[in-house]
Each structure stands twice: as structure tokens, then as C-alpha cells.
Design a protein around this ligand. Structure first.
Ligand code: NDP
Ligand SMILES: O=C(O)C1=N[C@H](C(=O)O)C[C@H](O)C1
Length: 238
């Protein structure tokens, strides 16, 4: 495939390496220094765009991709307050938008484990629930997009929690998320169920960005010829 990379930071570089290993061609690379090159004309040279930038840039990048008719695969987090605007534009332009807060197979298995544990624990009110995520010090958003996905999936199943907070909870229904920024940590997520007697904890820890990058390239391959909103559940059939 011909790939346009939008965002050439830690993830853009990791994706470039895996894409080339899989025989794909990078026909456009956009970072902050050449944003003027992100045009419909240039995007049309690609079969797919892979976008990993910053929360404040994602929407404008998606809109340009929808205008170009090129499918966009994005992992950028921290923009979900604009989700309705993105989906409306995608529908209006008959676009293709593959979004995942986390593209790694391991985390998507962890998403499934989170749901199963929430089912098991939903009537065990003696256990309180907290979450922790740990990432590198360059991360701009908190909590992580992965943590928000985990929390929202849990709220859909477990009646004891309905919202999250980074602060100390003021109500029993609030789940505390501890967002820790440390060194160069690629990404750790923990969910703990704790009672007076014991605690149960599940954890996913990324050793590098390889899993995220491979998942994004597989999502780009999967998106070819498809329309609408796509997710890792479509790709992995979990
Ligand atoms: N879904 C997933 O599996 C994963 C998602 N992520 C998410 O992806 C995003 C990027 O992560 P990461 O690569 O580590 O971050 P980086 O900061 O390393 O890379 C982002 C790059 O995008 C550049 N950029 C900013 N605005 C624009 C723009 N308008 N057009 C083009 N480039 C732009 C930044 O430049 P500058 O630094 O000058 O601002 C930077 O070089 C984050 O939101 C992160 O949460 C990360 C890993 C996995
Ligand atoms: O910023 C990162 O690095 C990551 N961000 C994503 C998130 O916000 O969940 C995915 C992964 O945890 C790495």
C-alpha cells in the first residue's frame, strides 16, 4: 500500500519501520515542520493515511483525510470531546475512519479480560475498583485513551461505577484513575478490585511501541476498500 504518515514522532517512526518491513511505501510524511504539505492533492497520492499526532491536531487532520477520500487510521488520543463532530463529518463525506485508543493485540485482549472480570464482580459490592496507568513523561493527555476505554467498558457492565476521576473520589460511584508519568514507559494499565479481605488485580504492560505500531499497520491494511467507522473489534473479531 501507499501510506501517508501524519505525525512523525515516536509512533510515526515506529509505524514507518514496520510498514516498510511489510512492503508498503511511505508516499507522504507530515510533521509540524511541513504541515503545509498536508493537502487533499498530496493525500490523494496515498491508499491510506495513518495519523498519530496530538490531541489538538487530530480533528483538522481527520477532516482533510475525509475531504481527500483517503481512509484514515488514527491512534491519537485526547480528542474524544469532538467525537460527534468527527463522526458527522465522516458520514457526510462517506469517509473511512479506523480509530483505536490502543492498537496492540495485547491490550485488546486486556479489554476483553476487563469486561469478563467486570461481569464476575458486578454483584460483589464489597470490592472497590481503582485504575492506574503509567506512561512516559512526554505524554500530553491524562488519563490515557486506553484507560478511558477500560473505564467506559467497565461502567457499561458494573453498576457500582459510573464515572472516573483523577482526583480523590467524592462519591462511591466514581472510580479513581491514577495517571503516573515516569521516564520512557511505553504504557502500563492496571485495574484493581479491593475488599477488606483481599484484592484482585489485572495488568497489561507494553515492552515497547512495536505492538501499537504493528496493530496500526494491520488496521491500515484492513481498511482498504471499506467505508465508515472501523475498530479493533472489526479487525480482531474479539
Ligand atoms: N492508539 C494507540 O495504540 C497509541 C496511541 N498513541 C497516541 O498517539 C499520539 C502520538 O503519540 P506519540 O507518537 O508517542 O507522540 P509524539 O509527540 O512522539 O509524536 C506526535 C508527533 O506529531 C507532531 N504533530 C503535532 N501536530 C501535528 C500536526 N498538526 N500535523 C502533523 N504532525 C503533528 C508532533 O510534533 P510536536 O512534537 O512538535 O508537537 C510530534 O512530532 C498520542 O495522542 C498518543 O496518546 C500512542 C501510542 C499508541
Ligand atoms: O501516549 C502514549 O504513549 C500512549 N497512548 C495511548 C493511550 O493514551 O492510551 C496508548 C498507549 O497506552 C500509549
Amino acid at each position: 500500500m501507499k501510506i501517508a504518515l501524519i505525525g512523525y514522532g515516536k509512533m510515526g517512526k515506529a509505524i514507518e519501520a514496520i510498514a516498510k518491513e511489510r512492503g508498503h511505501e511511505i508516499v507522504l510524511t507530515i510533521d509540524v515542520n511541513n504541515q503545509q504539505d498536508l493537502t487533499v492533492e498530496n493525500l490523494e497520492k496515498a491508499d491510506v493515511a495513518i495519523e498519530f499526532t496530538i490531541p489538538s491536531s487530530a480533528l483538522q487532520n481527520y477532516l482533510l483525510c475525509f475531504d481527500s477520500g483517503v481512509p484514515v487510521v488514527s491512534g491519537t488520543t485526547g480528542w474524544l470531546e469532538k467525537k460527534d463532530e468527527v463522526l458527522k463529518a465522516m458520514q457526510q463525506k462517506d469517509g473511512t475512519f479506523f480509530y483505536a485508543s490502543n492498537f496492540s493485540l495485547g491490550v485488546n485482549l486486556f479489554f476483553a479480560l476487563n469486561k469478563k472480570l467486570a461481569e464476575l464482580m458486578k454483584n460483589r459490592s464489597e470490592y472497590d475498583i481503582t485504575m492506574e496507568e503509567v506512561h512516559h513523561t512526554q505524554k500530553l493527555d491524562a488519563p490515557s485513551g486506553t484507560a478511558i476505554t477500560l473505564a467506559e467498558d467497565l461502567f457499561d457492565i458494573h453498576p457500582g461505577k459510573t464515572s472516573w476521576t483523577l482526583e480523590s473520589p467524592s462519591q462511591a460511584e466514581q472510580m479513581h484513575i491514577e495517571a503516573i508519568r515516569e521516564g520512557q514507559v511505553p504504557g502500563i494499565h492496571r485495574i484493581k478490585y479491593e475488599s477488606e479481605i483481599d484484592y484482585i488485580e489485572i495488568e497489561h504492560s507494553a515492552k515497547s511501541r512495536q505492538g501499537f505500531a504493528l496493530g496500526a499497520v494491520l488496521a491500515a491494511e484492513f481498511s482498504a476498500g471499506k467505508k465508515g467507522l472501523l475498530s479493533m473489534n472489526d479487525l480482531l473479531n474479539l
